[in-house]
Design a protein around this ligand. Structure first.
Ligand code: PLP
Length: 389
């Protein structure tokens, strides 16, 4: 375990060589187990950051360790120029689980969104993309053009032309925005970075209906909501819709870098060379993703997220705090909106051994690993009670 000086040294070295784009907390994380993280001084934390949604199956899950080790010893590099056993298994599994016959594999969320935008434009021959206000879809230029908040966009204009934004959960405004130039509508089922706002079933069903009527495609961004987080494997399954393109990443390969764009029947054929990625479909990532899907199924993590999420929401709604404006969420994707900025409260939670995220300036966001126990969630609620009372 590093002494105090070594600990300071780690922070200084990273700070000196960082690009500067990340706001960091003064905590050096060196180990994780399940829903717990440990810092360089051996302090234990309950992890409600959950790798910003990429740790659904928890830290150091034995199934992931085994899958990575076995595959690393056999084959670590195999581009999509060749076929591969692990990749074949994974694409078949994802197609069965989603009912979407084709998919494109990549390495992150923003890349999964870029691919969906490109496929939608290519398939429809149209350029318009309608997104929602408060949406977050990533930071590369295409995905950034679908992202709403100025804070992410400023300084990078001109962004990609053809994007527009409508109020979330407003079917009428969506109706007015979709024209014969619209290639796709892109939506999150629960807006994550935007502040944990769940979509209404009516809004999503109307989006699907309008897209089908007008020859546009419906892209659902499940990067934060997918893989059991909200109580279903994919959050859109709560609302009885079938999207044309689905973006996955974060927890897909148990927290290793992997993204996927699932492609439905309404998307036309894509020619060779239309898109690609050197690392996409990497066999180690495919093995990790297969193990992750197995863990989610065997440990019934979506059902667990539904039950524990209901328990957590119930307990949070009982918090008697003058600071709390609203509690929102679906499954284990939970936001506590405060009447003031959350940064000092996040620091106080960390002092009490709970790591949590912001969503915007005024929302405390909880994205714990789905393997978290009810007792650990009780400790999170107690810490929140102390900090917010
Ligand atoms: C809904 C959503 N879409 C896209 C992204 C971008 O993913 P990545 O950071 O892997 O590029 C995120 C990341 O937070 C997200 O929450």
């Amino acid at each position: 375990m590093p002494d105090n000086e070594a600990f300071r040294n780690i922070i200084e070295i990273e700070s000196r060589h960082n690009s500067g784009v990340y706001g960091k907390r003064e905590i050096v994380i060196v180990r994780g187990q399940g829903a717990l993280l440990y810092d360089a001084q051996g302090r234990e934390y309950i992890d409600c950051v959950g790798g910003q949604g990429s740790a659904n199956i928890g830290h150091a899950h034995p199934a992931i360790i085994r899958a990575i080790n076995e595959q690393a010893a056999r084959l670590t590099v195999c581009t999509e120029m060749f076929y591969n056993d692990r990749r074949a298994e994974l694409v078949e599994r994802l197609a069965t689980l989603s009912g979407m016959p084709r998919l494109f594999l990549c390495n992150s969320g923003t890349e999964a969104v870029e691919a969906a935008i490109k496929f939608a434009r290519f398939s429809t021959g149209r350029s318009g993309i309608v997104a929602a206000m408060r949406a977050f879809h990533g930071r590369t230029l295409g995905a950034l053009s679908a992202t709403w908040n100025k804070k992410y966009r400023q300084g990078f204009e001109p962004l990609v032309p053809g994007f527009s934004h409508v109020p979330y959960n407003d079917p009428q405004k969506l109706d007015e925005a979709i024209s014969e130039q619209t290639a796709a509508v892109i939506l999150e089922v629960v807006q994550g970075e935007g502040g944990i706002y769940p979509a209404s079933a009516e809004f999503l069903q109307r989006a699907q209906e309008l897209c089908r009527q007008r020859g546009a495609l419906l892209i659902i961004d499940e990067i934060q909501t997918g893989l059991g987080r909200t109580g279903r494997l994919f959050a859109y399954q709560h609302h009885n819709i079938q999207p044309d393109l689905v973006c996955l990443a974060k927890s897909l390969a148990g927290g290793l870098p992997m993204g996927a764009t699932l492609i439905g029947e309404r998307v036309g054929p894509l020619p060779v060379g239309a898109h690609g990625s050197t690392f996409g479909g990497n066999p180690v990532m495919c093995a990790a993703a297969l193990a992750t899907l197995e863990v989610i199924e065997e440990e019934r993590l979506a059902e667990k997220a539904a039950a524990l999420g209901a328990f957590l929401m119930e307990r949070l709604k009982q918090l008697r705090s003058p600071l709390v404006r609203e509690v929102r969420g679906l499954g284990l994707m939970v936001g506590i909106e405060l009447k003031e900025k959350v940064a000092p409260y996040l620091a106080q939670l960390a002092e009490r051994g709970v790591l949590a995220l912001p969503a915007g300036m005024t929302v405390i966001r909880l994205l714990p690993p789905l393997v978290i126990s009810q007792e650990q969630l009780e400790r999170v609620v107690s810490a929140l009670e102390e900090v917010l009372s």
